[in-house]
Structure formats: C-alpha cells, structure tokens
Design a protein around this ligand. Structure first.
Ligand SMILES: Cc1cc2nc3c(=O)[nH]c(=O)nc-3n(C[C@H](O)[C@H](O)[C@H](O)COP(=O)(O)OP(=O)(O)OC[C@H]3O[C@@H](n4cnc5c(N)ncnc54)[C@H](O)[C@@H]3O)c2cc1C
Length: 396
C-alpha cells in the first residue's frame, strides 16, 4: 500500500484522489478552506468535462443546459450552436459532489487545514507540513500539488511559470437576472480600457438557470502594457452594456474575484521523483478561453494513472510518465492555442477575432476552438493548417 497526499480539493485534486484510491493507494486530500466553498468560476462545463465527470460517477443531470453561444462585438451579434452542448453548475455544488465521490471511493478529506510546505528527506519529498497544532506532519510516498492557479505549494516543490507564455487576467461576479433561463451564453469580443482603447480578450455572460448569471472578463496577458489594465473597470463596463438585455439586478451579490489564470501548460515541471502537479497548478487550462474544469479532471485522472503504475510495477520511476502524458493529452491543441493567444494580442489578430461576430465561418471556428469540441467539416481543415503552423509556437 502506498500513501498519497493531495494538496487541494478542486476538480484536479479530487479526480486524482478518486483514481488513486480505486488503484489501491491510501489517499488523503488536504484542503485549506472549509468545504463546501465558493470558487471564482462560471461553472461552465464542456463536453470533455461532462465525459470525465460521468466516468467518475458524478451526476450533473440537474445542471443548466446550454445549446448556443452568441458572439457580440458592439452592435454585431452572431449565434452558433454550442459544440456538443454545454452545462452550467455552481462550482461549490460540483466540488461538493466530487468530494462525496472521493469519500465513497475511500479517500480521507481533511478540510480547513493549510499545507505549508513539503517535507524533504535526503532530497526526496516525503510528505507535507500543515498548519495543524497536532500531527502537523503527514508522511506520503507520493505528494500531488493540486493547489490551483497561484500554487504556492507547487512553487515550493520547484515549479515555475514561464512569464513569457500567455496567461489570462480574469475577474468574475454574479448577478441576479430575469434572463437566467436562457440556453445561450454571450461572449463579448469588444473589451476596452477606460481610455476607450480596445483590449484583447473576451467577456462572458453565462446563465446559470437559477435566477443568476455570472459575468466575467478575461484579458490576454499579451495585451500592451497589461499590468496597467483595471479589470474591475473593464468588468463594470461589460455589466453596464449587458444590463438591459439580461435584466441584471443592481450589484454583484458575490464579491468580485480577480485571478491570474496560467494556461497552456506554462508551468513546469509537472512532476518530480515523488511528486506530481495537476490542474491549474500545472497551468492545465485551455489557452483559448481559459476553460479548465475539463483539463483539471483529465490531469487528475492522468496523475492517478501514474500512481496506479507505481502500484503495479513497484517502481516510482513510472511517475516520470505524468508530464509526457499531460502533454500528449493537450497537444497539438494547446500549441495552436499558444500561437493564437500571441496572435490575438496583436492589432491585426485582435481585429480578426472580433470579425467572428460578423462572419459565420470565423464564429464557428472560434466556438469550436474555444470549447475544444471539433466537428468534421471546414473547421477541421482550418485546424489542420493551424496545427502545422503551430510548430513555430513555444513548446511545453
Ligand atoms: C474567473 C474564472 C472563471 C472560470 N470559469 C470557468 C468555467 O466556466 N469553466 C471552466 O471549465 N473553467 C473555468 N475556469 C477555470 C477553472 O476554474 C479552473 O481551471 C479549475 O478550477 C482548476 O481546478 P483545480 O482543481 O486545478 O484548482 P482549484 O479549483 O482552484 O482548487 C485548488 C484548491 O486548492 C486549495 N489550496 C490552495 N493552496 C492550498 C494549500 N496550501 N493547502 C491546502 N489547500 C490549498 C484551494 O483552497 C482550492 O480549493 C475559470 C477560472 C477563473 C479564474
């Protein structure tokens, strides 16, 4: 029996915990917050995420179903089908269901406890030190960093985010809305600074079907002088422009939360001799639109497969397979995404992205690349060309 400690009870950590427990490991998940807890997330799940959740036995039958995406740029609007359908579920509910599935699988979850740093013996990570008054040290054969976008614990293991790769400056709030029952979400392509200058990135209005919508903004880090962007002001402008159409209530009823989301596997390495990194801690979210629930679940499953390999073979060297499998599960899609985010940050690239609100082909391409669900047809040809061109994009 091997002992696994997972740091963080988000989708990545819990998917890993469930898989590792099924494989025969003794798994403890340590979560800083008390569960259930809110997350800064719109709770939009694409087809890949829905498939991972179904495989974990996590029900989403009561989620709000989305059938369409409306791209908006000023007065221009175009609607396309949501590729393979989308679902919206409150993240505190989703994560609580994942936690229940983990407990059913035999995982022990300790919440309200922060992991401070790894315990290192003779150069090897052998467990974690927590902020508990008693039993603060927890020994483990394998430690999994699933501690989200900021990943302070991951950094203490030695992970580094390459700052030259794109990331997304996000901010989100939640409003009451008389249009929350809609089955089409809005993606706005006309973000502006307070000066009126256009900004690369997008905003979303995602209906939750429960009388609320989440409204958020995601600015590409490739924007000129990005650190001077006031994302709260950008969000306020988006809310003002959506207020009448979506019949929004006064203020956000949840505090606005801003996060820098690393994307495209820009955090490396994804593992060491006795540790693995999953989810946002590994920058597993898509560079196209920042969707990360599906990627968190996939990366957690892959980490569990690496742990199962240790149990099967008795060799910890198998953990080295995690980083290449993570890459194989994301490339060449992410490579195209890294190329896209660089291009979208230029004036010409941004103009082309905005043209998607006026052109059916570009709109379809943006929706398929953004959700990661591709259909046979002309977009596939574009995808092939993009994949060939992406050989010039930075490599994970
Ligand atoms: C504004 C915004 C909106 C988004 N909307 C969507 C969306 O609609 N759809 C989608 O697919 N993706 C979305 N994403 C991305 C998605 O939320 C993330 O990719 C996903 O949550 C990653 O899951 P995770 O398990 O890696 O990390 P998280 O869900 O962040 O979980 C990490 C956990 O680790 C805990 N933790 C951190 N440090 C410690 C520590 N030292 N000790 C113990 N516990 C610790 C945290 O409390 C947290 O519970 C959004 C992201 C943002 C920022």
């Amino acid at each position: 029996m091997i002992d696994v400690v997972v740091v963080g009870a988000g989708p990545a950590g819990l998917a890993c915990a469930i898989g590792a427990s099924h494989a025969g490991a003794r798994v403890t998940v340590i979560e800083r917050d008390r569960l259930p807890r809110p997350r800064p997330c719109a709770g939009l799940i694409n087809a890949a995420g829905a498939a991972e959740l179904a495989a974990l036995g996590v029900a989403t039958a009561d989620a709000h179903r989305l059938g369409g995406i409306r791209l908006v740029d000023g007065e221009h609007r175009i609607r396309r089908a949501f590729p393979d359908g989308g679902q919206v579920i409150d993240r505190s509910i989703l994560d609580a269901r994942l936690a229940d599935a983990a407990v059913d699988a035999g995982v022990s979850i300790v919440d309200g406890v922060e992991v401070l740093r790894p315990i290192v013996e003779r150069g090897l990570v052998r467990g974690v030190l927590t902020d508990r008054d008693t039993d603060a040290e927890i020994a483990a054969d394998v430690v999994v960093a699933a501690d989200g976008a900021t990943s302070t614990f991951g950094r203490s293991l030695g992970t580094v985010r390459d700052p030259s790769w794109p990331s997304l400056l996000t901010i989100i709030g939640r409003w009451e809305s008389a249009q929350s029952h809609r089955s089409t979400l809005d993606i706005r392509l006309d973000l502006r600074r307070m000066s009126g200058e256009l900004l690369p990135g997008h905003a979303w209005v995602v209906p939750a079907g429960d009388g609320t919508v989440s409204v958020g903004v995601s600015v590409l880090s490739t924007a000129r002088d990005v650190d001077s962007v006031n994302t709260t002001k950008v969000l306020e402008a988006v809310v003002d422009s959506a207020r009448v159409d979506w019949e929004l209530g006064g203020d956000s009823f949840s505090p606005l939360r801003g996060v820098r989301l690393p994307v495209g596997l820009s955090v490396m390495p994804a593992g060491g001799p006795s540790w693995l990194v999953v989810g946002d801690a590994a920058a597993a979210a898509s560079p196209f639109a920042g969707l990360g629930i599906d990627r968190a679940l996939i990366s957690g499953r892959l980490a569990a497969e690496a742990i199962a390999g240790v149990i099967d073979t008795g060799s910890f060297a198998v953990l080295q397979n995690h980083a290449p499998s993570l890459q194989a599960a994301s490339e060449p899609y992410f490579r195209v995404g890294r190329l896209f985010t660089g291009f979208a940050g230029t004036r010409a690239g941004h103009a082309l992205v905005r043209a998607a609100a006026r052109n059916g082909f570009l709109a379809e391409a943006l929706c398929q690349f953004g959700t990661g669900s591709f259909r046979p047809g002309s977009i596939s040809a574009l995808r092939n060309v993009a994949e060939r061109m992406s050989w010039f994009a930075p490599r994970a």
